[in-house]
Design a protein around this ligand. Structure first.
Ligand code: SF4
Length: 166
């Protein structure tokens, strides 16, 4: 994983690195049973080089904890490893350039469950033997009541699937 992270730190496969302060490969145990995948790092993540530490990340971490899921037990990353200008959605070319890193991470970690946060994360390639759960992105869930209600129901289902792994 360290070698892969070094590759990501020095990656120039697309132009997003030019706008970034740090790359954000993701974090969590190498043997995590569960991976969470979002769209791309935001401003705070770019500052610190860590995933999901901004407002949406804190909301996600708290919600996970409310459902009995410890953030330190999951591997959390994004489909794209560098921030986008003005936090725009990554383009299809940027996603295509970055996806091989995510595939390598999935192959190394071999999770049982992958939780896809938001629409962009649905571009994650499907690998046989892994269960994929699509949920609303926490930034949308945080802002809109209806989405938050749906997000809670979705996370309840995810939490049940995770607890059945133990
Ligand atoms: S976003 Fe991905 S493909 Fe683009 S420079 Fe960063 S690591 Fe490389």
């Amino acid at each position: 994983m360290e070698a892969l992270n070094s590759e990501i730190y020095s990656c120039r496969r697309c132009l997003l690195w030019q706008n970034a302060k740090n790359s954000v490969p993701g974090e969590g145990p190498i043997n995590a049973k569960v991976m969470f995948i979002g769209q791309n790092p935001g401003a705070e993540e770019d500052q610190k080089g860590k995933p999901f530490i901004g407002r949406a990340g804190k909301f996600l971490t708290k919600t996970l904890s409310d459902f009995g899921i410890k953030r330190e037990d999951i591997f959390i990353t994004n489909i794209v490893k560098h921030v986008s200008p003005k936090n725009r959605k990554p383009t299809p070319d940027e996603v295509a350039a970055c996806l091989p890193y995510l595939v390598e991470q999935i192959e190394m970690i071999k999770p049982k469950i992958i939780v896809l946060l938001g629409a962009s994360a649905k571009q994650t390639p499907r690998i046989n033997g892994i269960e994929y759960c699509e949920v609303i992105h926490p930034s949308a869930a945080m802002r809109f009541t209806k989405m938050r209600e749906k997000f809670m129901l979705q996370l309840d289902t995810v939490a049940k699937k995770i607890s059945s792994l133990k």
